[in-house]
Design a protein around this ligand. Structure first.
Ligand SMILES: Nc1nc2c(ncn2[C@@H]2O[C@H](COP(=O)(O)O[C@H]3[C@@H](O)[C@H](n4cnc5c(=O)[nH]c(N)nc54)O[C@@H]3COP(=O)(O)O)[C@@H](O)[C@H]2O)c(=O)[nH]1
Length: 793
C-alpha cells in the first residue's frame, strides 16, 4: 500500500496536487490552473498599482509645480492626451480583470495590451517633459511585462524595440516642434533642442530597454523551463494517480470530495462529475463508518493514519471492502486536504471468508464442523452456566451408512449425507447447532432447554425425520439412526466429556438395535470400557478359535415337523465368557471384521450340515444371518458357491436371513444380490419383518421364500391389539404372496395358539426350543425334547 508518510518528496507533490484540486484561492473547486491567466491577472494588478503611483506622483508633482514659483502648465491638448491615456489604460485593465476569458480567445490580446501600455508610457513621457522626463523608466517596466506575458523571445525584443522606437520618435517630433515640448521645472529648456543630449538620452533609454528585454527574456525562459518541468512532473504524477490500480481520492477536511482517480470512479460506478458531488462519509457503510471517522480524525490531527479496513458503498448499493490509510496536507498548520489511498480487498475478503468457511464448516453438508462445534459448545455452556439452564448434546450415527456408500458409490452417499444434514437442520431451532464431525457422525447442541425431556422430543423428531425415505437420483433410500444424549450440567461440565458421553450413549442405543435414542447413564461407561476391551480382543477371536455356533429349530406349526435350524453365533471370550452376537456383531460391522467372521460362519455351517447329513439328518436346512456388509462384499457370490462346492452341500439346504431394514436401505442392490443367491437354489428369508418400510412393490420384485415376523410383535400378540393386527396382516400378506410366514420369539402357548389360529406356517422360539450347541442337535432331532439346551449345556 503506497504511503505518503515516509516520503517527503511525494508528500510535497501530493500537497501541490491537493492545492490544485482544492481550489483554495477562490473558494471553489478549481480546474487545473492556466498559467497565462495567472500571469495576466498579475500584470493587471501591477498595472493598477503603477497607475496609482503614477497618478499620485503626477497629482502631487503637478500641484507642487503649479502653485510654486516654478509654474507648470500643460496645454489643453496635452491634458486631453494624458487623461485619454489614463482612461484607456483603466478601461482595458478593467476589461482584462473581468473579461479575461473572452479577451484571451484573441491570439494577440497580450501583444495588444503591451502595445497600448507602450503608447501610454509614450504619452506619459511626453506630458512629463519628453526628453527630460523621469518616466522613461516605465518603458523598462513594460518590457519586463512583455517578457512576463509573452513566451516568444522575439516578440519581447520586438515590443522592446517598438518602445525604444516610439521614445525616439517622440523626441524627434518634439525636436522638430511637431508637438509642443512640455518644459519641466529644474530642467534647462534648451536641452529640448540639443540634439546630442536628445541622442544620448534616446541611446540610454533604448540600450537599457534592450538590456531589460534580453535579461528578462532569459530569466523568464529559465523560469518557464522550470515551471514546464514542474508541470510535466505534476502531470506525470497525476497521470500515475489517475491510472493507478489503487483507489485514490482527495477530500476537504469537511469531507467534500475534490478528486477521485479512474479506478475509484469505475469501482463506485459514478462518472467524474457525479463523484465530485459526493461526501466521502456518505459512501462509507454504517459498519465501517466508525473506523473511517477515527482514521480521518487521526490524520487531521497528526497528518497520517494507520491502515484501516472499511467498506465503500457503490452507486448501485454494492459493498466494496477496502483497506488503506489517510494522509493530510497542511497549510499554515491548518489541514487543507486529506488523501486516501486504498485498495479493493474483495478478493482477499472472499478468500478469508472461504478460508473461514473451510476451517469452520463441513464442505459437503455446509454444517458447522468440529472446530465450530466446539466453539458453539463453549458458548452454549457459558450461556447455560449464566442462566442456570440446561444444554443437551445429541450424538448421531447413521446405521450401516457404509453399505450405501459401498454399494451405490460415494456420490450417492454424499447426497444422502446432504439430505440428512438438511433434515437435521430443520429439526432444530436457529439458536441450536447441528454439526457434522466426520463420516456419518453428527452432533446437535440444544441450548436453553426448559427440561431434559425437551431433548427427548427433539431426538424423536430427528429419528422420524431421518427415517422417511430419501430420494437420491433414482434411489429410494431408507436409513436409521442411533442417537445418544448427554446433558449439561447433569452429566458433565466439560465439553469434551459431554461429547464423549453422548457418543457412549449413542453406542448403547446402537446395541439396543439402532433407530433409537438413549440418554447417557453412568453405568454406560462400563459398557464403553467393555466395548473397548471387546474391540481389542475381537481381532484375535478368529485366530483363537473363540467363535462357536448354536442352532435353534424352526417348526412347522400344523405338523410339528422341524423345517430348519437357525445358526446363531456365540463368542466364547476368554475373560468375559459366552457373549451374545448382539454384543459384538455391531462392533464387527464397524471394524470390518464381519467379513472374515461371516465367512467363518458360512463355511462352518456348510461343513456342519454335511456332517449332520452324513449322520443321517438328511435334507436339513440351516439358516444363516447375513449382515448387510457381507452382501456388498465384492466376491460374496463366488464365496458362497465355493463354500457349497467345497463342502458338497446342496444349496437347497442353505438359507440366508437378511433383515428388512438392511434390504430397505438399498433395495435395488440387495434385491439383485438376493435374486442371484435365490437363483443358486438358496432359501431366502426376510428377518425382523414389520420393523422396516417394505412396500409390496419391493416384495414383488424378488423371489423371497419366507417372511419372519419380528419377535416384538409376537411377544405382544396376546396383550396388544395393534401387534396382533400387524402379525395377522403379515400372515395374510405372506399367504396372498405365496410366501411362507414364520413367527420368531414364540415363548408361550397363548402365542402359539394365536399363530395357529391365524394360519401362520412356522414358528421359532423358546417355547419350542432355545438355541442349542451342535452336539445337542442330533439328539434333539432323534426326538428328544430339549426345552432349555443353553442353560442345560
Ligand atoms: N450377521 C450375523 N448376525 C447374527 C449371527 N448370529 C446371530 N446373529 C444376530 O444376532 C442377534 C442376536 O442373536 P441371539 O442373541 O442369538 O438371539 C437370537 C435368539 O437367541 C433369539 N430368540 C430366539 N427365540 C427367542 C424367544 O423365544 N424369545 C427371545 N426373547 N429371543 C429369542 O432371537 C435371536 C434370533 O433373532 P433373529 O436373527 O431375528 O431370528 C440377532 O439379530 C441375530 O440375527 C451371525 O452369524 N451373523
Amino acid at each position: 500500500m503506497p504511503s505518503l508518510n515516509g516520503n517527503k518528496g511525494s508528500a510535497r507533490w501530493f500537497d501541490i496536487l491537493a492545492d490544485r484540486f482544492r481550489g483554495v484561492r477562490n473558494g471553489r473547486r478549481a480546474e487545473p490552473i492556466n498559467g497565462s491567466e495567472v500571469r495576466c491577472h498579475l500584470v493587471v494588478k501591477v498595472r493598477w498599482l503603477l497607475l496609482l503611483f503614477i497618478g499620485s506622483y503626477v497629482v502631487s508633482a503637478g500641484s507642487v509645480f503649479t502653485f510654486s514659483r516654478y509654474g507648470f502648465f500643460l496645454s489643453q491638448e496635452q491634458k486631453l492626451i494624458l487623461i485619454g491615456s489614463v482612461l484607456s489604460v483603466a478601461v482595458y485593465n478593467l476589461a482584462y480583470q473581468f473579461c479575461y476569458d473572452r479577451i484571451s480567445r484573441f491570439r494577440y490580446a497580450d501583444h495588444f495590451q503591451i502595445l497600448l501600455d507602450i503608447f501610454f508610457v509614450t504619452a506619459l513621457v511626453h506630458v512629463s517633459g519628453g526628453v527630460s522626463s523621469w518616466f522613461w523608466a516605465v518603458y523598462l517596466v513594460v518590457t519586463i511585462e512583455s517578457a512576463f506575458l509573452l513566451k516568444n523571445k522575439r516578440d519581447v525584443w520586438l515590443l522592446g524595440a517598438i518602445g525604444g522606437g516610439l521614445f525616439g520618435a517622440l523626441l524627434v517630433v518634439e525636436y522638430y516642434g511637431v508637438i509642443d515640448n512640455v518644459l519641466m521645472p529644474f530642467v534647462a529648456g534648451e536641452l529640448h533642442h540639443d540634439y546630442l543630449y536628445i541622442a544620448l538620452r534616446w541611446l540610454w533609454v533604448a540600450m537599457l530597454n534592450t538590456v531589460a528585454a534580453l535579461v528578462t527574456t532569459f530569466l523568464m525562459g529559465v523560469i518557464r523551463t522550470e515551471s514546464q518541468l514542474l508541470r510535466e512532473s505534476e502531470e506525470r504524477l497525476l497521470n500515475f494517480i489517475d491510472t493507478a490500480n489503487d483507489l485514490i481520492l482527495c477530500f476537504t477536511p469537511e469531507g467534500q470530495l475534490v478528486y477521485a482517480n479512474k479506478a475509484l470512479s469505475k469501482a463506485m460506478g459514478y462518472n467524474k462529475e457525479e463523484m465530485l458531488e459526493l461526501q466521502v462519509s456518505g459512501s462509507i457503510s454504517s459498519a465501517g463508518l466508525r473506523a473511517y471517522n477515527a482514521a480521518v480524525g487521526h490524520a487531521l490531527k497528526h497528518g497520517y493514519s494507520e491502515i484501516i479496513e472499511t467498506d465503500l458503498i457503490t452507486k448501485d448499493g454494492k459493498i466494496i471492502p477496502v483497506e488503506g490509510s489517510f494522509t493530510c496536507s497542511f497549510r499554515d498548520n491548518r489541514p487543507v486536504a486529506v488523501w486516501w489511498i486504498c485498495r479493493d480487498i474483495s478478493e482477499r475478503r472472499l478468500a478469508q471468508q472461504q478460508l473461514y468457511q473451510l476451517a469452520h464448516y463441513d464442505a459437503l453438508t455446509e454444517l458447522p464442523n468440529r472446530v465450530l462445534l466446539y466453539d458453539r459448545l463453549k458458548q452454549a455452556r457459558a450461556y447455560a452456566h449464566r442462566e442456570g439452564g440446561t444444554m443437551a448434546v445429541i450424538f448421531l450415527d447413521l446405521d450401516r451408512f457404509k453399505i450405501i456408500n459401498d454399494t451405490l458409490g460415494h456420490p450417492v452417499g454424499d447426497r444422502l449425507l446432504q439430505s440428512v444434514a438438511k433434515r437435521l437442520s430443520s429439526c432444530v431451532r436457529e439458536v441450536d447447532t447441528a454439526a457434522r464431525i466426520g463420516g456419518d457422525e453428527f452432533v446437535v447442541i440444544l441450548v436453553n432447554l426448559r427440561e431434559p425431556s425437551d431433548a427427548e422430543k427433539i431426538a424423536s423428531k430427528i429419528l422420524v425425520a431421518l427415517s422417511a425415505p430419501h430420494i437420491i437420483d433414482a434411489h429410494e433410500l431408507f436409513i436409521t439412526t442411533s442417537i445418544g444424549i448427554s446433558l449439561y450440567p447433569r452429566d458433565d461440565e466439560d465439553v469434551d466429556n459431554l461429547i464423549k458421553k453422548a457418543d457412549i450413549a449413542m453406542y448403547a442405543s446402537k446395541s439396543d438395535g439402532c433407530n433409537a435414542y438413549r440418554f447417557y447413564e453412568p453405568n454406560m461407561d462400563e459398557h464403553a470400557h467393555k466395548r473397548f476391551v471387546l474391540e481389542n480382543s475381537l481381532r484375535k477371536a478368529l485366530e483363537g478359535n473363540e467363535f462357536l455356533l448354536h442352532y435353534q429349530p424352526k417348526v412347522d406349526i400344523s405338523s410339528g415337523d422341524i423345517t430348519a435350524f437357525e445358526a446363531l453365533l456365540r463368542w466364547n471370550h476368554p475373560d468375559l465368557g459366552l457373549l451374545s452376537p448382539a454384543e459384538f456383531i455391531p462392533l464387527a460391522e464397524e471394524t470390518g471384521l464381519i467379513i472374515p467372521i461371516g465367512e467363518w460362519v458360512i463355511r462352518h455351517v456348510c461343513a456342519q450340515n454335511v456332517v449332520w447329513q452324513k449322520e443321517g439328518l438328511s435334507n436339513l436346512r440351516i439358516a444363516i444371518n447375513l449382515s448387510g456388509y457381507q452382501l456388498q462384499q465384492q466376491n460374496f457370490l463366488e464365496f458362497v458357491e465355493e463354500s457349497l462346492t467345497d463342502t458338497g452341500l446342496d444349496p437347497e439346504c442353505l438359507e440366508f436371513e437378511i433383515t428388512e431394514t438392511v434390504i430397505m436401505q438399498n433395495p435395488d442392490f440387495t434385491i439383485s444380490m438376493l435374486n442371484k443367491l435365490r437363483d443358486l437354489g438358496i432359501h431366502i428369508s426376510i428377518d425382523d419383518f414389520g420393523t422396516g418400510y417394505s412396500s409390496l412393490s419391493h416384495l414383488k420384485r424378488f423371489s423371497v421364500n419366507t417372511l419372519k415376523i419380528d419377535k416384538t410383535f409376537v411377544s405382544e400378540v396376546e396383550s396388544s391389539a395393534t401387534d396382533a393386527a400387524i402379525a395377522t396382516a403379515i400372515i395374510a400378506m405372506g399367504s396372498s404372496l405365496n410366501l411362507r410366514v414364520i413367527a420368531e420369539g414364540v415363548e408361550t402357548k397363548g402365542q402359539l395358539e394365536f399363530l395357529k389360529e391365524k394360519l401362520c406356517d412356522e414358528m421359532q422360539g423358546y417355547y419350542f426350543s432355545r438355541p442349542m450347541p451342535p452336539e445337542k442337535v442330533t439328539e434333539f432331532m432323534r426326538g428328544k425334547q430339549i426345552r432349555n439346551p443353553e442353560t442345560a449345556a
